[in-house]
Design a protein around this ligand. Structure first.
Ligand code: PLP
Length: 401
């Protein structure tokens, strides 16, 4: 009989040339467990998804209650479903007033697709500006605006009329003109290796959009729900977009995405043509129930407020000869090493030290730390001890080579 790991390679479509191949049978809090009971501390939250940790009792209870009531009823937007309504209302309560109309979809990429269509529909224009080293997803539209030629080149032709500007480069904003439908930007670039905006860059983007009539889309799919030390980067930088994109932590561990705008803007998808965006499963009631419970936990347990101190603690403790910088604020950090040649060894051997770490797509000299926001101070201390042992190991390995 084949093992699960063999079946994984045989029957699951793969796009990674070197998957992690770690078999996990259960997860709780900040830990995942292998079949042999080995414990792994999740320091990446499934890439910024499990912000309230694994199996939070409030989230699990919400899922179970909703499954007992109903699962799928009808394609999105026809029937009044309590979990969707309650979650959309709750989100409107924590977002600026102009972001009160929420279109739920299934993933981040689909939120991006919906937002690009909405911007084209509202402005009647087609030019889309995004940024070098941005990541917005893997579907055709999202890929067309992705900030890396490496990933796009083999899939041409892609969407026409797209342009890559430079993040944190004011001159680059001249590319936003009166033919521009929208500018899509991660307020803090995640896959670029946690790059924060400098010199009021987001304000400058906002102003240029206002001057040219382009809509501003914030992709907070990775930064949302507490990763920048505030609930959203919008709060952190005091700049609001016309359209906000959420996914990842939005579903509290279940698949959910959303593009959010004003009621007025969103209503342009109702006519010419009607049904301007359609999804069967978007806003699945179980996912909305989980997401709402997770947001309630984040607020009730003051996880965002506490995340700033936890971030400082990580930065203070992560001192090692191999570490040249710990970049970011809040619980989305890039740990830069003195030489990129160590990165692969460190990430590949992290499980041996009971840790789960990860790469960034467009940053080869740093690894990612984005633990569940519920991580305790003791767990942070334990994680940092293990990371430093792992780095010692990497250093010894390099010396012996
Ligand atoms: N936008 C950002 C900033 C992301 O980090 C991601 C995923 O990593 C996406 C969009 C795409 O989301 P999904 O993988 O749910 O399609």
């Amino acid at each position: 009989m084949l093992t699960n790991r063999q079946l994984f390679l045989l029957h699951l479509g793969q796009t990674s040339a070197s998957p992690m191949m770690l078999e996990i049978v259960r997860a709780k809090g900040v830990y995942m467990y292998g079949p042999d009971g080995k414990e792994y501390m999740d320091l990446i939250s499934g890439v910024s998804v499990s912000n309230t940790g694994h199996g939070h009792p409030m989230v699990v209870e919400a899922v179970k209650n909703q499954v007992d009531l109903y699962m799928h009823l009808m394609v999105y937007g026809e029937m009044v479903q309590n979990p969707q309504v309650k979650y959309a209302e709750r989100l409107a309560g924590v977002l600026p007033a102009d972001l009160s109309s929420c279109y739920f979809v299934n993933s981040g990429s689909e939120a991006v697709e919906g937002a690009l269509k909405l911007a084209k529909r509202i402005t009647g224009k087609s030019r889309i500006i995004s940024f070098i080293n941005s990541y917005h997803g893997s579907t055709h539209g999202a890929l067309s605006i992705q900030g890396s030629e490496v990933y796009r080149n083999s899939f041409r032709p892609l969407l026409p009329d797209t342009f890559l500007a430079k993040f944190n480069d004011e001159e680059s904003l001249d590319s936003i003109n009166n033919k521009t439908a929208c500018v899509i930007i991660e307020p803090v670039q995640g896959e670029a290796g946690v790059i924060w905006p400098e010199n009021s860059f987001l304000e400058k983007v906002r102003t240029r959009c206002n001057d040219t009539g382009a809509l501003l889309i914030f992709d907070e799919i990775q930064t949302g729900f507490g990763r920048t030390g505030r609930m959203f980067a919008i709060d952190r930088f005091g700049v609001a977009p016309d359209i906000l994109l959420l996914a990842k932590a939005l579903g509290g561990g279940m698949p959910l995405g959303a593009f959010i705008s004003s009621k007025e803007k969103m209503s342009s998808l109702v006519s010419n043509p009607t049904l301007g965006h359609i999804t069967t499963f978007g806003g699945h009631p179980v996912c909305c129930a989980a997401g709402l419970a997770s947001l309630n936990v984040i607020i009730a347990e003051k996880l965002v407020e506490k995340s700033n101190h936890k971030s400082e603690l990580l930065k203070t403790k992560l001192k090692h000869p191999l570490i040249s910088e710990v970049r970011g604020e809040g619980l989305l950090l890039a740990v830069k090493l003195i030489d990129p040649e160590y990165i692969h060894y460190v990430i590949a051997h992290a499980p041996d030290y009971g840790l789960i770490l990860d790469y960034f797509l467009f940053c080869s000299d740093a690894f990612r730390i984005a633990p569940p926001l519920i991580i305790s101070e003791d767990e942070i201390s334990k994680a940092c001890i293990q990371i430093k042992l792992l780095l010692d190991d990497a250093m010894n390995y390099a010396t012996k080579k």
